[in-house]
Design a binder for this molecule. Structure first.
Ligand code: SF4
Length: 739
């Protein structure tokens, strides 16, 4: 499956485009530069040292608020992911998938894309095109993509893989608090008295932030740590109180906690009266529910729920962290609303050591949202449905009134469904590998097979997704480009360029601008990344995510500033909503009444177990980077299925056996790992592996494409399966040899 054109890389580093500034490598002289880590949303700032065109060391930046010099094994081994044999180094084109790729110049690639996109749009209209980006793109790239697609091509069909991890957190914040954006900051860990970690294996997925929690517990052992998760993870093992709820029962669990808070009078009535609406409706609804029924749904004794509620209700400072266990659900927005309810009814928001903190998955998932990459957003957290917001952007982009579509575009999963149905003809995929990460992979694959034009922009080639491409666009990656990212705590960090990109690889923002200019679209002649940033940050003036005070020059001096930061000489703000006012029409936050819903892929006699999927400490997303790091590969060399001994014994499965996992949609063949981490009835698999590792290696062949009705985020945490012992047949592992 590999293709020599893109897969070959000259280890001496051919020089790429020269249009960037920064302390880039000057031969044998050592050069250092700082950049945000390209993996998780903790957003550690790292210091890279390079010599002779290679990164020779990576360490944490001591003065970075996100990490204070700390670093995890993925960040520490970044030097090994840059000069790999599979770096994409030249634009590649093939007219149809039966032909081999040919390497072309950027001019030819841009002309080809301009002609093909113009033809498809002329024949089918702008909505025949979709852009699917990523939280890996820096803000400059996300802004250029949003401007190109929404303002230039005139379709709102832009979405990001943030749809798969953060969309429900966004919709939860927007509906409850009036705007997206986590209210607390990492420094709040030091002041919290009770920390609730819900649906997040922070120890593995956000390791440096979890280190701050551990350090806090060491210094102040009276800090009470509660972990709620269906799987007894490394995070759970650290807890003072671990609650193993059933998969999919979070709303029932959170309602039970709210019930006890209300009935025991652990409510901040003043905050509720002055800063919220909806409390009476919630209290009435909770009273009408039987708390024993709620406890039975989540499989927890009512006494444990009462203890937990007392801890939260009497906490001086209550901080919660939550992640994919909450968001990756067909009821993800409801779950987010219920967590926010707990903070609103107890007044634990907008003050030191308190608040609801949704852990962002990727380094710039936040920045993409701020820049307008999602299907319903415009730069500065504007919304396509709002007339005034569209008018402001049309003015800013010198477009005639009515140029920007007023209805949201297609979300991630719906784009692939529309490709399969034929209403979407072309897709541009940048910085992500959906042929491993999308749910119900077999159905999603049909979409790409059916597409007339598939453009894949990535720093690696080949990937599972590029197998379907007509065009490959080589992107510069971490430390090869300058750009800006926003981490989980709203900290905007500038990343420097230390190396030249390999071959013809370019920064993502320049790739979008090149095609836009070839299509004759005005406004894409930015001289450099700083000019892109300065245009974007001025569009945030007066918005919740105000970054107008962070000039490009200031970010290059100060490196990291937290938003909102409206003043060029003033600091950023650590916390949101400190005055008890929220960006809603009446200034009050909304307390919502939500009810438990049964997950849509129910267990039955044929599929009696619940599969929940997730991440491992050693790998990142679809392993395009981490598979190059020997240390990480040694830790987790292959996919596995965690299964409780009770479920294993009735199926005659031994530890290490190869098992076949079937759902209503697909098949996974993997190795059994017998473990008490999942409760009986639940199994766990990581989603990192794809078809290029081995046929039937993808956990997402099993997962359903059921979406949250508000956020369109897919359900990855509740999938009915059956497991049985089997063998990997001859031929199943041939794909592994290609990578
Ligand atoms: Fe990178 Fe996240 Fe590790 Fe920090 S914790 S070094 S951001 S992977």
């Amino acid at each position: 499956m590999s293709d020599a054109i893109g897969g070959k890389n000259d280890s001496s580093r051919q020089r790429g485009s020269r249009d960037q500034t920064g302390p880039h490598d000057r031969g044998s002289e050592d050069v250092t530069g700082e950049a945000i880590c390209p993996y998780c949303g903790v957003g550690c700032r790292l210091v890279a040292r390079a010599r002779n065109g290679r990164v020779i060391s990576v360490r944490g930046a001591a003065d970075a608020a996100a990490n204070h010099g700390r670093i995890c094994p993925k960040g520490a081994t970044l030097a090994q992911v840059i000069d790999t044999p599979d770096r994409a180094i030249a634009p590649l084109i093939r007219e149809d998938r039966s032909r081999p790729f040919r390497a072309v110049s950027w001019d030819e690639a841009n002309r080809f894309l301009a002609d093909r996109l113009n033809a498809i749009i002329a024949e089918n209209g702008p909505s025949a095109f979709g852009f699917y980006g990523s939280g890996q793109l820096d803000t400059e790239a996300a802004y250029c993509a949003a401007r190109f697609v929404k303002g230039g091509l005139k379709t709102n069909n832009t979405d990001s893989n943030s749809r798969l991890c953060m969309a429900s957190a966004v919709a939860g914040y927007r509906s409850s608090l009036g705007s997206d954006g986590p209210p607390p900051c990492y420094a709040d860990i030091a002041d919290a008295s009770v920390i609730l970690i819900l649906g997040s294996n922070m120890a593995d997925a956000h390791p440096v932030t979890f280190e701050f929690v551990r350090a806090k517990k060491r210094v102040q052992p009276e800090t009470f740590i509660i972990v709620v998760d269906p799987r007894r993870t490394r995070t759970a093992r650290f807890a003072d109180l671990y609650v193993q709820i059933r998969p999919g029962s979070d709303v029932a669990f959170l309602n039970a906690i709210a019930y006890f808070l209300v009935t025991r009078g652990l409510i901040d009535h003043r905050f509720v009266r002055e800063s919220t609406t909806g409390f009476d409706e919630l209290a009435d609804d909770l009273e009408s529910q039987n708390v024993r029924d709620l406890a039975a749904v989540c499989g927890v004794e009512p006494g444990a729920l009462l203890t937990l509620a007392d801890r939260i209700g009497t906490a001086g400072r209550f901080l919660s962290f939550y992640g994919m266990g909450i968001n990756q659900s067909a009821a993800g927005v409801d779950k987010n609303n219920c967590i926010l309810n707990l903070h609103l009814i107890t007044g634990q928001i907008g003050k030191k050591g308190a608040g609801p903190f949704s852990l962002t998955g990727q380094p710039n998932a936040m920045g993409g949202r701020e820049a307008g990459l999602l299907k319903d957003s415009l730069p500065g957290y504007r919304r396509v449905e709002q007339d005034e917001d569209r008018r402001e952007m049309e003015d800013a982009w010198s477009l005639p009134p009515g140029s920007i579509e007023s209805s949201p575009g297609l979300s991630a999963v719906k784009m692939f469904r529309s490709l399969a149905a034929g209403s979407l003809k072309a897709i541009w995929i940048a910085g992500t590998n959906p042929m491993v990460s999308l749910p119900d992979l077999n159905a999603s694959r049909v979409g790409l097979e059916n597409a007339e034009l598939v453009i894949v922009q990535d720093c690696y080639y080949p990937t599972e997704t590029s197998d379907y491409a007509h065009v490959i666009l080589p992107a510069a990656q971490w430390i090869e480009k300058e750009g800006t990212s926003t981490n989980s705590e709203r900290m905007v960090t500038y990343s420097e360029r230390v190396l030249d990109p390999p071959g013809e690889a370019r920064p993502d923002w320049r790739i979008f601008c090149g095609v836009a200019q070839s299509m004759g679209l005005p406004g894409f002649d930015f001289p450099d990344a700083a000019a892109v940033w300065d245009e974007f940050r001025q569009l945030t003036r007066g918005r919740v995510c105000d970054q107008s005070g962070m000039t490009a020059a200031r970010l290059r001096r100060e490196r990291s500033i937290q938003w909102p930061c409206p003043n060029e000489s003033g600091p950023g703000a650590q916390r949101l909503y400190t005055d008890g006012r929220f960006p809603t029409p009446d200034g009050r936050a909304r307390i919502f009444t939500r009810r438990h819903r049964t997950p849509g892929d129910p267990v039955c006699e044929q599929y009696p177990l619940v599969l929940t999927t997730g991440r491992l400490a050693a790998h990142w997303h679809t392993r395009t980077r981490t598979r190059h790091v020997e240390l990480l590969e040694r830790q987790e060399p292959e996919p596995f299925l965690e299964i409780n001994p009770t479920d294993a014994v009735v199926r005659a499965i031994q530890d290490g056996d190869i098992v076949e996992v079937r759902s209503r949609r697909g098949l996974l063949k993997t190795r059994a790992r017998i473990s008490t981490a999942p409760a009986p009835g639940t199994v766990f698999a990581a989603f990192h592996w794809g078809d290029r590792f081995r046929v039937y290696a993808s956990a997402n062949a099993l997962t359903p494409a059921e979406l949250d009705p508000v956020s369109d985020q897919p359900e990855y945490k509740y999938c009915a399966v059956e497991v049985r012992a089997c063998t990997i047949e001859r031929g199943d592992d041939t794909a592994a040899q290609d990578i």
